[in-house]
Design a protein around this ligand. Structure first.
Ligand code: HEM
Length: 368
């Protein structure tokens, strides 16, 4: 095949839809296992919509994450790219042995066993933040809860959570000055955690490869804080909406896994680029071709790639599952009469392309 079929829809534009309305995933998948779309920063992007091909791509070392291999014509800011691997140490841009070494440094901090040890504290935080009964959970709770948890785990003092909320909220305004200012705010949080001691930030400092600078360590901590918020925040909205508003779910299903599968917070993987020409699903992709995996479409077909696959599989998956289960449990035990203040079907979600989908608002009556 010379090239992949062209996507019949633009998956990258921001669209507001009702919670149950289909997005673009089915149309993309219907076009073929590998489809071509227009990238937000210009030029083509190839999107993998088939689970088997996706796992193959995610395990192919010729598809790298380093933005240094992005199409030369891309504007870094328009494309929402991270600094290159040479500019900044990051799990999300390194590959191969350097990535493996960094993963090894992080892995014990977020292991299932380690996270289980924090389960009671995570539930207590959910209980505390839900006790006051905020009217719209998307207005503060869904952002504050994962940030309160990650700050505590890393050792960021509790009085800095507002700063973390503000910094994450500003991550949407993307430009060189804005990014530098937001990174400085995250660096402040990282410094506070390292000075405070007692949390995983200090442990990470001891475990990172020799020669890692403070600035690099701050960036790694920024990555953890932001990755834990943007994803869990969105997932919490869909989870609470389903728990309170659509109780007719098959009780044999794991509610959290089912909500994540239907509304994956990362509907696409992050960018990958071809280091060399690569044949994928019968199509030869040129060097520097940008490739994405359509997690939402693959999930809708019955597979589950919510947390990715291969060497970049989500390092926070256990933490995220624990957080989501804690909120579902606290709602059931502490707020048995809670209900949505509007019909479930009227809830609206904002589909923001690669930024993922998030409910516009989630009005609840926690006391029923
Ligand atoms: C429901 C919540 C979450 C979802 C759906 C999610 C999803 C994902 C996905 C799909 C990837 C792989 C991206 C790719 O291959 O391009 C990933 C990677 C990552 N996630 Fe998560 N994530 C969640 C929560 C978290 C949390 C709580 C943390 C905090 C520790 C976290 C930290 C990371 C990091 C650091 C990576 C990069 C790993 C690497 O490249 O080696 N995530 N996540």
């Amino acid at each position: 095949m010379l090239d992949a079929p062209v996507a019949p829809v633009d998956p990258f534009t921001t669209v507001i839809r009702r919670i149950g309305e289909p997005g673009t995933a089915a149309a993309l998948r219907g076009a073929g296992p590998l489809v071509r779309a227009d990238a937000p920063a210009g030029g083509p992007v190839w999107i993998v919509t088939d689970g088997v091909l996706a796992r193959q791509a995610l395990g192919d070392e010729r598809l790298v994450k380093d933005p240094a291999f992005a199409p030369a014509s891309w504007d870094r800011w328009a494309a929402g790219l991270e600094p290159t691997a040479a500019e900044q140490l990051s799990l999300t841009t390194l590959d191969g042995p350097a990535h493996a070494a960094l993963r090894k440094a992080h892995a014990p901090l977020f292991s299932a066993r380690r996270m289980q040890g924090s389960a009671d504290r995570i539930a207590a935080i959910a209980r505390e933040l839900l006790a006051d009964g905020p009217a719209d959970l998307m207005a503060d709770f869904t952002t504050r809860f994962p940030l309160t948890v990650i700050c505590e785990l890393l050792g960021v003092p509790a009085d800095r959570v507002d700063q973390a909320v503000a910094a994450c909220t500003r991550m949407g305004d993307y430009g060189p000055e804005e990014f530098a200012a937001v990174l400085a705010a995250f660096a402040d949080l990282a410094t506070a955690a390292l000075e405070n001691g007692g949390g995983a930030a200090v442990e990470l400092r001891e475990r990172v490869p020799e020669g890692t600078t403070d600035e690099q360590l701050h960036y790694l901590l920024f990555g953890l804080i932001f990755a834990s918020q943007i994803t869990t925040d969105a997932a919490l909205g869909f989870l609470v909406a389903r728990a309170l508003g659509a109780p007719s779910v098959d009780p044999s299903n794991d509610l959290v896994r089912d909500v994540l599968r239907r509304h994956p917070p990362a509907p696409f993987t992050l960018w990958r680029f071809n280091r060399t020409e690569v044949e994928l699903g019968g199509v030869v992709l040129p060097e520097r071709a940008p490739v994405l995996v359509d997690i939402a479409g693959i999930n809708a077909a019955g597979d589950d790639l919510t947390f990715g696959a291969g060497p970049h599989y989500c390092i926070g998956a256990q933490l995220a599952l624990l957080e989501l289960r804690a909120v579902a449990d606290v709602l059931a035990t502490d707020h048995p009469h809670a209900r949505l203040a509007v019909p479930y079907a009227d809830l609206r979600r904002v589909d923001r392309g690669m930024q993922g989908s998030r409910l516009a608002e989630l009005p609840v009556l926690l006391r029923g």
